[in-house]
Design a protein around this ligand. Structure first.
Ligand code: ADP
Ligand code: MG
Length: 250
């Protein structure tokens, strides 16, 4: 479904993606991990054209999504994107947050859009908050609304960029559960996440990035138990025992 073909990306003179070639199948759940600054967000943002690339190609269902002449807004409306900051429309109710784009961009009637939104809010456990404003919700609830809002556009692909990183620890689980259900229903998902428990349980494949390169691609079982690349081994050691690294470095 998704094909990265020798993708190179620079920010000025800094190369943020180096010869990235990967394939992601329909229905696959891929978790991208790696140290801060390794290019994870950049990779995911090139997938919905939030970032241009300077070399290579990215195909989705055979279509070159960085080609000239692509209607970027139209294209982007078909890809669900959930990121750290939930960015709900603050002046709109939870329900209206979920109906706006389907009405405007997909031509749904208000009634159709509301029906769809209600079903999705039910699915993320927030049907009872339909009339609330975002500010009246917890962070975890807001992020679940953000997922429902993205799903309201019926995207074939969902991208997540550290969706739980801005949440208080007790709210991480409720968002991961929604993501797990989505994965179980067969959604194609690319998730940047530091939640290694989630990766171990839900991912079909883990990609490990460092310095703009994908250094390792493996099943979660292999990645967590038998990481091959020294940097992946170091990364896993660091996240398992954050103090060890500090001690080594004085
Ligand atoms: P990650 O998500 O893995 O933390 P990013 O993809 O955000 O990494 O960033 C990769 C590298 O590109 C980092 O060195 C970062 O400083 C740099 N970078 C990211 N965005 C920009 C930008 N808009 N302009 C210049 N450099 C950037
Ligand atoms: Mg990032």
């Amino acid at each position: 479904m998704i094909q990265f073909d020798k993708v190179n990306k620079w920010y000025g003179s800094y190369q943020a993606l180096v010869e990235v070639s990967e394939q992601i199948a329909e229905g696959e759940v891929v978790v991208v991990c790696g140290p801060s600054g390794s290019g994870k967000s950049t990779l995911i943002r090139t997938l919905n054209r939030l970032e241009p690339i300077q070399g290579g190609r990215i195909l989705i269902k055979g279509e070159d999504i960085h080609r000239k002449g692509l209607d970027v807004n139209e294209f982007r409306s078909h890809i669900g994107f959930v990121f750290q900051q939930f960015n709900l429309f603050p002046h709109l109710s939870v329900l209206d947050n979920c109906t706006l784009a389907p009405m405007r961009l997909r031509g749904l009637s208000r009634e159709q859009a509301r029906e769809r939104a209600h079903a999705l809010l039910q699915r993320v456990g927030l049907a009872h908050k339909a009339d609330a404003l975002p500010a009246q919700l917890s962070g975890g609830q807001q992020q679940r609304v953000a997922i429902a809002r993205a799903l309201a556009m019926q995207p074939p692909l969902m991208l997540f960029d550290e969706p739980t990183s801005a949440l208080d620890p007790e709210m991480v689980g409720e968002v991961l559960l929604v993501m797990r259900d989505l994965a179980a229903e067969g959604m194609t998902m690319v998730c940047v996440s530091h939640e290694m428990g989630f990766a171990a349980e839900v991912a079909d494949r883990v990609l490990f990035m460092d310095q703009g390169r994908v250094l390792e691609r493996a099943t979660p079982q292999d990645f967590f138990n038998r990481p091959q690349h020294p940097r992946a081994q170091q990364f896993l050691a660091d996240i398992r025992s954050p103090f060890a690294h500090q001690l080594e470095n004085g």
